[in-house]
Design a protein around this ligand. Structure first.
Ligand code: NOJ
Ligand code: CA
Length: 676
């Protein structure tokens, strides 16, 4: 930890001028300000930025089972403030050092009538956003807390446009992002990203979703959104014993779209690393028996097309060793895939391999070549069945040196199968309800005991828990590259420029880029070749797949060079330009070297972007290895038009990036004189 300064101050009752305001707090440089109001005993908060309202007075409170709503007849019974400023180090991430600098207001509200229940609200206010949460204190009159509804609201002050995907619908998070007026949002997942008509960017999300239901946002009227907690089979949304805190409700607020991406708010609101030394997790790239399955050239099921055979896996291990990839993912290695696997996850066996897959021999073969098999636990949503095998399944991997696992929860939203005891009734849960929030952490903790990293597909959304559990390294939780194989509709050219400013605000994504063949199952990938390379920089994850088939990489060895070279762990990250759904340019500095890497992607429109290189070290010369769209490139008509060129640059220069329609550009900046 660097520059650790902890200032604790206590101040009772920070009265502000406005009538009804009982407490307030400003961010360290007074950019943001939060006020808490009581009007006839009802509690509300409001947020302003540089004096302008961002969130109008918005309600706080709960509907609790078996008692009156906890939101009326309240009075402020205590409050305190403190300042906090420290810089902490990530074991891996988009940047090495993260500054956590906020002012905190903690206020207790107690009912004036009857039960006299109390609830604490805690606001942490940063210059680029804020988080607030409730804490249910230890009190005899409210021990067993059964939450029917959280009543938190967000009444966005200025007219705004929203980028969003629906919540509570048939799918989990795998939708194309819609762009509508905020006033047309129905019920959305978070992060929900907004741009006001005045040009302010706001993202609503949550941090530290632990033992609680995920928060959807339902529009009540106008631009007023209300928390809608993901349901639970019991009928309530959350059940906990006090004392406990809720997750943080977060607002990132910036005057550029890139400011949202550069914010560390979500991580900062999570608890520090609970696992100690996690250097056993190696950020790295991987290949695998995967794209062939989505192309339907091979199958998860056993038989003639089976992908997970020993011979085929050895081919991938050899390819990984030859080109410097640490990991080889193999899907379909275990019994349970035959027939309708997503209809029957109860057949999955996670401790045995199919007869044609020599798991012991293959893991030894891989290790002999410095390669690690990556495990795969597709549950088909029979989650209780998986939980019963979890310890043994992870023990097997640990014994074989398989130090990361991809998990999967393929079924419709709300169709997770829970069975509290073997033979008992099967009840249905949501992917982001309290029960699954608990499940995911159980998997992550069990895996961490065995030094295994977890990459969850069809996951619960990311709320920054990688800070606390750094072995939860990546996840899906949006439309990944697989939709390029079979999606109907497929991912359009604007998709990744949407993801950066929406889904990616929550954390790393296992998008699985790098399809240099640009070909799905009978449909083209709507991208140029250069854009596939740019995605490795643009879409952050500490594990990145080179998802295409080895034979396709052999056809594009020049472009493949970038995929081989690009790091997955960064000392620093900056967003040089971007607009939501249109384009974005991101630069990142290698955490284990002196090089910088640039990725730039655009939507269906070609663009010329001027990029100052002032992020480079001043006075140093760099060789810029450029991987760009060729002249005349276009995702639809000429996707393979591609050029590779090098020239020396310094931080004083500005580079002009020409991106084709649906295109992109990747650049590697290597200091002159250093090894490459
Ligand atoms: C969906 C995942 O996103 C994909 O990567 C995986 O191949 C299939 N499920 C099968 O588990
Ligand atoms: Ca998926």
């Amino acid at each position: 930890m660097r520059n650790c300064v902890l200032l604790v101050g206590l101040a009772l009752f920070v009265f502000a001028a406005r009538a009804g305001t009982v407490a307030s707090i400003a961010s360290p440089n007074s950019v943001l300000r939060v006020e808490l109001d009581l009007h006839e005993g009802r509690l509300a908060y409001q947020v302003s930025r540089l004096g302008e309202p961002v969130v109008n007075a918005s309600r706080l409170g709960f509907a609790l089972r078996g008692s009156e709503k906890l939101e009326r007849n309240l009075e402020l019974t205590s409050s305190s403030t403190r300042s906090f400023d420290e810089t902490w180090e990530q074991p891996w991430g988009e940047r090495r050092f993260v500054r956590n600098h906020y002012n905190e207001l903690r206020a207790r509200f107690t009912e004036t009538l009857k039960g006299k229940r109390a609830i604490d609200v805690v606001f942490r206010v940063y210059d680029d956003g804020l988080g607030f949460r409730y804490e249910f204190p230890d009190q005899p009159q409210l021990r067993d807390v059964v939450i029917d509804d959280e009543l938190t609201e967000f009444d966005i002050a200025a007219p705004a446009t929203a980028w969003w995907i629906p919540a509570g619908e048939w799918n989990r998070y795998e939708y194309l992002y819609g762009k509508t007026a905020l006033g047309e949002v129905t019920q959305a997942h978070t992060p929900l990203t907004l741009k006001t008509d005045q040009g302010l960017y706001i993202a609503l999300h949550e941090a530290a979703l632990v033992d609680y239901a995920g928060m959807w946002l339902r529009r009540v009227e106008g631009q007023r959104l209300r928390a809608q907690l993901s349901p639970a089979s019991e009928g309530w949304k959350v059940r906990r014993q006090a004392p406990f805190p809720t997750p943080w409700r977060t607002l990132q607020i910036a005057d550029t779209a890139g400011g949202l991406v550069e914010s560390n708010l979500i991580l900062n609101l999570n608890e520090p690393n609970a696992l100690g030394d996690v250097s056993w997790f190696k950020p790295s790239k991987y290949v695998g028996v995967w794209w062939s399955l989505h192309l339907d050239q091979e199958s998860w099921a056993t038989g003639k097309k089976h992908g997970a055979t020993s011979a085929n896996t050895r081919r991938y291990i050899d390819f990984a060793a030859e080109h410097g990839f640490r990991g080889v993912l193999v899907e379909g290695w275990n019994p349970g895939w035959d027939g309708d696997w997503f209809g029957n996850g109860w057949n999955f066996d996670f401790t045995r391999a199919t007869a044609d897959f020599d798991i012991e021999g293959l893991s030894a073969y891989a290790q002999g070549k410095g390669v690690h098999l990556i495990g795969h636990h597709e549950t088909g949503c029979a989650v209780s069945h998986y939980q019963r095998q979890l310890a043994a399944a992870l023990d097997l991997y640990a014994r074989l040196g398989i130090d990361s696992v991809k998990t999967g929860y393929v079924c419709d939203a709300g169709q997770i199968e829970r069975q509290d005891h073997a033979g008992g009734p099967v009840i249905r849960e949501w992917h982001d309800g309290q029960w699954m929030a608990r499940h995911h952490l159980e998997v992550v903790k069990e895996a961490s005991k065995r030094q295994v990293a977890v990459n969850s597909h069809e996951p619960i959304k990311d709320t920054g828990l990688r800070r606390t559990y750094p072995n939860w390294v990546s996840r899906e939780g949006a439309r990944g590259m697989e939709y390029g194989a079979w999606g109907n509709p497929t991912n359009p050219p604007e998709h990744e420029a949407n993801l950066v400013f929406t889904r990616m605000l929550s954390g790393p994504m296992d998008f699985t880029p790098g399809i240099l063949s640009l070909q799905g199952r009978g449909q083209p990938i709507q991208s140029t070749l250069a854009k596939q390379l740019a995605l490795y920089v643009v879409l952050y994850s500490p594990i990145q797949m080179a998802a295409d088939l080895p034979e396709n990489y052999r056809k594009h060895l020049d472009a493949f060079e970038f995929i081989k070279a690009v790091p997955v762990d960064w000392a620093e990250t900056r967003v040089l330009n971007g607009e939501i759904g249109d384009f974005v340019t991101i630069v990142r500095k290698d955490r284990n070297g002196e090089g910088w890497y640039l990725g730039s992607v655009t939507d269906q429109h070609g663009r010329v972007l001027n990029v100052p290189l002032s992020f480079l070290d001043p006075g140093r010369r760099y060789l810029a290895q450029v991987y760009r769209d060729g002249d005349g490139a276009h995702w639809n008509t000429a996707p393979f038009e591609f050029a590779r060129e090098s020239r020396e640059v310094t931080s004083a220069e500005t580079m002009t990036l020409r991106l084709a329609a649906g295109g992109g550009q990747a650049i590697r900046f290597v200091p002159v004189g250093s090894k490459r």
